[in-house]
Write a protein that binds this ligand. Structure first.
Ligand code: T3D
Length: 259
């Protein structure tokens, strides 16, 4: 397995575990880390059935590494976003296997929005999300202006972006920004169980349902019904569908192979 310097990637039992590994900087993102996350997400897609992102130490990710910023005024942020953030974010959001962000602590700025790029966000109760950008004179980026209004509605999205306050995990879950907030004591076991569930599921059905749900934002009802018919047609050709039906009739749990 490839080794990285700012993250670690372990693949076991169909689960790719990508850990952001700069704990002394609260896993802040530098150029190397952005490239490594993109590379690891692509590797996970090829070698696993679910990808989990989490952070080492007490934070998930504190966003852009501000000590990396040098002379802030001369930074070409547009280039950094286009060339470095976008490939990282798309490698996660367009990953063909299900993705989970297991948010163990602070998720700030681009770190919050990296989590939102995952399909499912599970956060520990002590974790929080912050659109920290305006605190340093920036606007939300890294997909924040895309995901926030879709996940928690326009009013909450605008407030989160303008005030840049810490949103506790339980509020984030209540507002629909994330899937679940779980007590700290149960957090680790919980996301591992959820990852194992997906790693043993019908991988092709997951892939197609992900594209259908994403496409629904830009489709009218007719186009969406048409897309569902096409993608369900593909699901119907899988061994997992046959196994699912046989297992149901046999009154046993299905054994999905992911194809
Ligand atoms: O290319 C571009 O620049 C454009 C893209 C921008 C995208 C963005 O993400 S902009 C937003 C950047 N992130 C932030 O503004 C958040 C900065 N961090 C914080 O506000 C706080 O650290 C937290 C609220 C996340 C956590 O606070 P706390 O009190 O728990 O921890 P702390 O003491 O502030 O941080 C601990 C250490 O991590 C500290 O280092 P030290 O003093 O122990 O040596 C701190 O400097 C370091 N750290 C935290 N965040 C960052 C960081 N170092 C570099 N960059 C960081 N973002």
């Amino acid at each position: 397995m490839k080794t990285y310097s700012t993250i670690s990637l372990e693949i076991e039992d169909g689960i790719a575990l990508l850990t952001l590994y700069r704990p002394d900087k609260l896993n802040a993102l530098n150029a190397q880390m952005r490239a490594e996350i993109a590379d690891a997400a692509n590797a996970a897609e090829r070698g696993a059935r679910v990808l989990v992102l989490t952070g080492a130490g007490r934070a998930f990710c504190a966003g852009q590494d501000l000590s990396d910023a040098g002379n802030a005024a001369s930074l070409d942020l547009e280039r950094v976003l286009r060339d470095e953030y976008v490939p990282m974010l798309r490698a996660v959001s367009e990953c063909r296997i299900p993705t989970i962000a297991a948010v163990n602590g602070a998720a700030a700025g681009a770190g919050a929005n990296l989590a939102l790029a995952a399909d499912v966000v599970i956060a520990a109760h002590s974790a929080y999300f912050s659109q920290a950008f305006t605190r340093i004179g920036l606007m939300p980026d890294a997909g924040g202006t895309y995901w926030l209004p879709r996940q928690m509605g326009a009013a909450k999205a605008m407030g989160a972006a303008l005030f840049a306050e810490k949103i506790p995990a339980e509020d984030a879950a209540a507002w629909g920004m994330i899937w679940q907030a779980v007590p700290d004591m149960e957090f680790d076991a919980h996301w591992r169980e959820r990852a194992a569930h997906l790693a043993h599921g019908p991988t092709e059905a997951y892939r197609h349902l992900k594209s259908a749900l994403r496409a629904s934002w830009g489709n009218d009802e007719g186009a969406q019904l048409d897309l569902e018919a096409k993608l369900q047609g593909a699901c119907g050709q899988t061994r997992d569908f046959k196994e699912g039906v046989v297992a149901f009739l046999d009154k046993r749990k299905p054994k999905f192979e992911g194809r």
